[in-house]
Design a protein around this ligand. Structure first.
Ligand SMILES: [Zn+2]
Length: 283
């Protein structure tokens, strides 16, 4: 909606429009798979946010104290982060891993190099290769700056809603205005944010499968893991599925990429990268 000469232009609306355009021009970046993406927040801001959220989680969720379980997850995680290309700005020692003692089938990684794995995930991802596919995927979200992109999209959506609300302010009554803003909010959520998020999932799958293969984990087990996750859906779906939808599409894509990543896996083995993380091995 634009203002014309005869209509009364509201400075707030124009300022918002100008801000939107400015942000759009300054925040464009290219993702690891070549997608244009809008990043409105600096890496420093995102890393701080990631670290703060991680500290809060460590206070709220019990932390696994069993040394063998911790060593097992660390072994897999270390092998993955060793393969992160330096262009992403992370050295292997920059990553912090915490194993949370919680039945939820869940795992995540946050900007700033924070990795969280729930013990419930170890029941489903029950080989080192499957666990590597989960950690690889989560680390890939961080490398591709998906939290920043998702947040930027939300910020832009909120800006649009505020701008429209200001533009409508003197033409319709408050109730109609509120309904319009609500509809816009819902439209934005279902129309823009969700497909965006599936694109991120697909990108994290690709990058994660590549990382695991380079670390010496079998990329075919990423397919197995997601098949198991899909089977566990239904009445009590794994926590991870709430943020990682479309298992059918995901399994097909992971499967189609196996032939591409098998040579990387073979090369890793030939180069002596053969992770041997055994959860049950006596120490
Ligand atoms: Zn994901």
């Amino acid at each position: 909606m634009l203002c014309f000469m005869k209509q009364r232009c509201r400075p707030g609306w124009l300022a918002s429009l100008a801000l939107t355009v400015t942000l759009g021009l300054t925040g464009c970046a290219v993702s690891p798979t070549g997608e244009r993406t809008l990043l409105l927040n600096s890496s420093t801001q995102m890393n701080e946010l990631g670290s703060q959220s991680f500290e809060q989680m460590k206070e709220k969720i019990p932390i696994e104290t069993d040394a063998r379980t911790n060593r097992y997850v660390e072994c897999v995680s270390d092998a993955i982060v060793m393969q992160v290309p330096r262009k992403y700005g992370y050295a292997p020692q920059d990553w912090e891993l915490v194993v949370f003692k919680d039945k939820a089938v869940n795992a995540f990684a946050l900007p700033g190099g924070k990795i969280g794995v729930y013990t419930g995930m170890l029941q489903v991802a029950n080989t080192q290769h499957q666990l590597a596919s989960v950690i690889g995927h989560e680390v890939a979200h961080v490398l591709a700056q998906h939290s920043n992109a998702r947040m930027s999209q939300q910020q832009l959506t909120q800006l649009g809603i505020v701008a429209t609300s200001i533009a409508l302010a003197d033409r319709v009554d408050t109730k109609t205005q509120q309904a319009a803003v609500m509809a816009l909010g819902l439209g934005a959520q279902y129309g823009i944010l969700l497909p965006y998020s599936r694109k991120h999932e697909s990108e994290a799958d690709m990058l994660g499968q590549e990382l695991m293969a380079q670390a010496g984990f079998d990329p075919r087990e990423a397919v197995t893991l997601w098949q198991k996750m899909a089977q566990k859906g239904g009445a009590a779906p794994p926590e991870l599925l709430s943020t990682h939808p479309a298992p059918g599409t995901r399994i097909r894509q992971l499967d189609s990429q196996v032939s591409k990543y098998m040579p990387l896996y073979q090369q890793a083995l030939a180069a002596g990268r053969k992770p041997d993380c055994d959860r049950l091995r006596p120490r």
